[in-house]
Design a protein around this ligand. Structure first.
Ligand code: S3P
Length: 173
């Protein structure tokens, strides 16, 4: 099985993905890290030098590559991956793939992203906390329609990591 973690930026996909992989004795990959390694460039540099559309094409390409070549894998996607091209359709139709939406509330995401903007090209330029809050609110609203297609949705606010992992595991088997 491939377990795919989806959710907005800073929803905990990579942190929880690593813990989940250990618990299941699966491999772990973060799609952004995989793209950076394969392209020998950071996500920020890909956005800067080749633009977002190019980055979205890479995301779809490497998502397909991983889905067709791996098993026993926990794969954390980028926040935008489910929302572009036919990526969510590919995920839902793939054999032996289970997608989990890690759903965090807007205030939680704002609090985390305030301090973690710099590596994220979509929000790095937003100057004030108010503008960041406005951006996240609108953006999450647009993206929720894709995220909520996941096989399973798990709310994560105010839950210890271990409890979230337990909930995920219960949904998988
Ligand atoms: C993006 C999220 C990022 C990364 C890129 C675009 C998005 O991943 O893929 O900066 O569109 O939400 P994280 O969700 O891991 O921050």
């Amino acid at each position: 099985m491939i377990v795919i973690l989806i959710g907005y930026m800073a929803s905990g996909k990579s942190t929880l993905g690593r813990i989940l992989a250990k618990k299941l004795d699966y491999g772990f990959l973060d799609l952004d890290d995989y793209i950076e390694e394969k392209e020998n460039s950071t996500i920020s540099d890909i956005f800067k030098s080749k633009g977002e559309i190019h980055f979205r094409k890479l995301e779809t390409h490497y998502l397909k590559e991983l889905l067709s070549s791996k098993s026993k894998l926990v794969l954390s996607l980028g926040g935008g991956t489910p929302c572009y091209s036919n990526n969510m359709d590919i995920i839902l139709k793939a054999n032996n793939v289970k997608s989990i939406y890690l759903k965090a509330s807007i205030p939680t995401l704002i609090a985390r992203l305030k301090n973690e903007k710099s590596k994220r090209p979509l929000i790095a330029h937003i100057e004030t906390d108010d503008l960041l809050a406005e951006f996240i609110g609108k953006h999450l609203f647009e993206r929720s329609q894709f995220y909520s297609l996941a096989h399973v949705t798990i709310t994560t606010d105010n839950k210890p990591e271990n409890n979230i992992i337990e909930e995920v595991v219960l949904q998988l088997f």
